[in-house]
Design a protein around this ligand. Structure first.
Ligand code: PHE
Length: 346
């Protein structure tokens, strides 16, 4: 066979082989066979040494073209194989959109957070803003600026977790009152402050070392105890039922004067008397009062100019009354059977 025919034959054979390949590794091997350093084409070119100058020229040109042609064909094949692999993968991984979906269980909002959200809705509707403060507080904000100097006997009302002599886990949300007053610098205030508080209490059906409060503070001109009663009556009705009534009893808190304990008429017996309300017809729900002049002064307010009230709602207590839950520990033990009852979508 002449040299030229031999070259044509190479192309023909390569094409035949290429047609049969559908694997990238094999393609790589074949490419080396034809176009590698010791491949068919290279060998043919090295055989040219013995030819005449004319023939060498002719065959040299031809074999260069063939080399290019083969390179193009191998490249084309490589692309074709890669495309085939991708389309095969796409086919095998295609999704049947008509299949029924997998049911993912969704969580619910914790009943205590639901109560806080309802309180926020209610009070925002009455023009209050929501304020927040840190759970690690200073002794100054949590007690001293609330008219409870160090050594004051009323500190015993709240057994507190201390981190250092000056730092503690807040035992009430009242320090947010102090923080807000210091920020507002004498201006009127209308806030609620929901959040977690901590006390060194032994856990039982009605006590928890960690619980939640929702503080309220309203400061302005000519604010009276009647305004406080209105703000709390509205809350009792919205949270516990339109036919609820409230009553204020004299009490003591160092940061309010006068101070009151607020009772709600018992929802079980409608105020007639039953075991839940210990036959009194009333259930104690929160503490409140008119902000003590000392507290106002210590945070830069002039009691002659601005007065107001504060209240501290126990979020657990309110939620327990609302849903007739008899053990506070239910809120913190994460029994899914308990929590599921408060899910809107079951
Ligand atoms: N901080 C008080 C407590 O935790 C409740 C309270 C708040 C009372 C505001 C009066 C005014 O017991």
């Amino acid at each position: 066979m002449g040299n030229l025919e031999q070259l044509d034959k190479v192309v023909e054979e390569a094409e035949k082989e290429l047609n049969a390949i559908d694997d990238l590794n094999l393609l790589q091997q074949k490419k080396a066979n034809y176009l590698g350093k010791k491949g068919v084409v290279a060998q043919m070119m090295s055989n040219m040494r013995d030819l005449t100058v004319e023939a060498r020229k002719e065959i040299g040109m031809r074999s260069n073209r063939i080399k290019e042609l083969l390179e193009a064909k191998f490249e084309e094949k490589r692309k074709a194989i890669e495309e085939a692999i991708i389309s095969k993968k796409l086919q095998s991984e295609s999704i049947d959109v008509t299949l029924p979906g997998v049911h993912l269980p969704i969580g619910g909002i914790h009943p205590l957070n639901q109560t806080i959200m309802e309180l926020e809705d209610l009070y925002i509707g009455m023009g209050y803003k929501v304020a927040e403060g840190p759970e690690i507080e200073t002794d100054e904000n949590c007690f001293e600026k609330l008219n409870l100097p160090k050594g004051h006997p009323a500190r015993d009302m709240q057994d507190t977790f201390y981190i250092s002599p000056e730092l503690l886990l807040r035992s009430q949300t009242s320090p947010v009152q102090v923080r807000t007053m210091l920020e507002e610098e004498g201006k009127p205030i209308k806030i609620i402050c929901p959040g977690k508080v901590y006390r060194r209490d032994a856990d039982d059906a009605t006590h928890s070392h960690q619980f939640m409060q929702c503080e309220g503070l309203v400061l302005g001109k000519n604010i009276t105890l009647a305004d406080l009663k209105g703000a709390l009556l509205e809350m009792a009705k919205k949270m516990l039922g339109e036919d609820r009534e409230i009553r204020l009893r004299p009490s003591f808190f160092p940061f309010t004067e006068p101070s009151v304990e607020v009772d709600v008429s018992c929802g079980l017996c409608n105020g007639k008397g039953c075991p839940t309300c210990k036959n009194t017809g009333w259930i104690e729900v929160l503490g409140a009062g008119m902000v003590n002049d000392n507290v106002l002064r210590m945070s830069g307010y002039d009691p002659k100019e601005i007065q107001g009230f504060a209240f501290g709602i126990g979020v657990e207590r309110l939620t327990m009354l609302k849903y007739r839950i008899d053990d506070i520990r239910n809120f913190y033990t994460n029994d899914i059977r308990f929590l599921n009852q408060f899910k809107e979508v079951k």
